[in-house]
Design a protein around this ligand. Structure first.
Ligand code: MN
Length: 185
């Protein structure tokens, strides 16, 4: 019922709490954009545990994420987190593959490791920003550095290379989610 209410605006019969046998009304599909807004708003104000669970379909933007990470354990952990958070993703095993996949233009966001063979995360980010400039891409893709480096200057290097946020390993799923939501605002 909740999802039906989210997808349709109930008109008529305003005094009745639910459609009943004497219900004479009809449902109008809302514009998809409005549907999204309503879903997001209703969740913002919802305190029920059911709606605060991770991986609920309706509170997720449908993001397609490029995960650039060379370490197998880190890949496994990140993939588990992304699945739990309900995002779709593709894996690139180093910066060079990440850059190549980025140019396919199908991603909303990049999670970027720093230390990688072939091309590291800083180099890949510089190349991505360069590519965006050359190709007149007006909306740069958000890039979140995901790294065990926690020093201030490491963070500064990432931001100077053109990354938008910084997530320190190890991280909790909620921390990943918060960073993603922050850069997607
Ligand atoms: Mn690495």
């Amino acid at each position: 019922m909740l999802s039906i209410r989210n997808e349709y605006k109930l008109i008529n019969n305003k005094n009745s709490k639910s459609p009943s046998s004497d219900y004479i009304g009809f449902l109008i599909p809302l514009h998809p954009y409005k549907q999204k807004r309503i879903q997001r708003n209703s969740l913002l104000f919802s305190k029920t545990p059911e709606n605060n669970k991770l991986n609920t379909e309706e509170n997720k933007q449908k993001l397609h994420i490029l995960l650039v990470e060379d370490n197998e354990l880190n890949q496994k952990f990140a993939i588990a987190v992304l699945k739990r958070l309900g995002y779709t993703f593709e894996l690139a095993e180093n910066g060079a593959i990440g850059l190549q996949k980025f140019t396919e233009g199908k991603f909303d966001l990049i999670l970027m490791d720093i230390q990688m063979p072939e091309m590291n995360g800083i180099e890949a980010t510089l190349a991505i920003r360069e590519y965006e400039k050359k190709n007149g891409i007006k909306k740069p893709i958000p890039i979140i550095a995901v790294t065990a480096f926690a020093m201030e200057h490491d963070k500064r290097n990432c931001l100077e290379a053109g990354m938008n946020e910084f997530l320190t390993k190890p991280y909790k799923p909620q921390e990943m989610e918060a960073k993603i939501e922050k850069v997607m605002k």
